[in-house]
Design a protein around this ligand. Sequence first.
Ligand SMILES: C[S@@+](CC[C@H](N)C(=O)[O-])C[C@H]1O[C@@H](n2cnc3c(N)ncnc32)[C@H](O)[C@@H]1O
Length: 387
Amino acid sequence: MTPGARVLAAIEVLDLIAAGTVAEKALIGWARRSRFAGSGDRAAVRDHVFQALRCWRSYAVLGGAETGRARMIGALRAAGDDPAALFTGEGYAPAPLSADERAAGAQPTGADACDMPDWLLAEFHASLGPSAEQTVMALRERAPVMLRVNRRKADVTGAIDALAHERIISASHPVAETALTVSEGARRVAQSRAYHDGLVELQDGSSQAAMDGIDLSGAKTILDYCAGGGGKALALAARSDARIFAHDIDPGRMQDLPERAARAGVRIEPLNTLPSPDKHLFDIVLCDAPCSGSGTWRRTPEAKWSLTPARLSELTEIQAQILTEAAPLVAPGGQLIYATCSVLAAENEAQIDAFLAATPGWVRRKTHRFDVTDGGDGFFVAHLGRD
Ligand SMILES: C[S@@+](CC[C@H](N)C(=O)[O-])C[C@H]1O[C@@H](n2cnc3c(N)ncnc32)[C@H](O)[C@@H]1O
């Protein structure tokens, strides 16, 4: 496909999304109808669509209308390109710009320029103060593909070399000792030998750093209370010989965990039923709670437009309940680690304040917020100690 034809395809998909179709579904539908599109074309169309989702408001203002076509005109203007160069009408390129379209469009300002719903922009300001602006602007950029070097199987240099052997070019990233960013060949990682042999896992750098910050010395048992796919449990298992148990309210989410653990050369024990606190306690309980994902919206930009105040408040209730349920499972002297991939105070600091106020016998040891501007995703972690 020509660059213009890819833009026309992105316009079609963006219009479907604006009409209510979920982005992934709209992309899959387009790919099925477009058998002529190769993998490079599909990737390019996807990139256009995801970038337009990150910059949904500003591209519409720059392009002068709330349509897929205007948003792609806005995207080209934002990149400093003349849309007329691609909107030629030749072959499968979009039709040339009309006089109205050439005249339309303005420089976005305020929440339009920040590409954030108005109510969320207020939440970001209340949560992050002066750094809110930088964070929301960083969420308009594409996130790097990041890997975690599995210390059980390789060191950083060995992993970089093994990946390079398969034409996947990576470099270490300062956000975490084991973090690599991939600059070439990212789409081949999941098929690579280095990945299949467990030398590397796909994991954002902030999550790695947050897990690295947990003091595992002396811990004999660890419970990952919200294990999901097990990314955090695997990161802990790379550093500890403790018995690590994984639990999730939806056990189906843990289905890939045995295979991932085998690849990594570690053991994670699934726990479909939690033990009663009077029978078994854990030295560390990690709650990587469900959240708005506001720190990861570079990767899932659709989510920033679909989050509502009602859903945010539902999430904060679930988080509070998880803390209340998980805390009694921590042994005396043990640690309760609360984490989210959000940067909103309601899900983080305020959640911990409320827990400590309502639950005697717990102290806050430390909290840390990783900012999107540090290079990895936004992430929050709180270390709580049981007296
Ligand atoms: C942020 S995800 C976990 C991601 C995972 N730790 C990882 O690193 O891949 C949150 C998980 O919490 C689970 N969850 C939601 N409510 C829960 C509850 N009340 N108890 C336990 N798990 C819960 C969800 O099913 C989801 O898999």
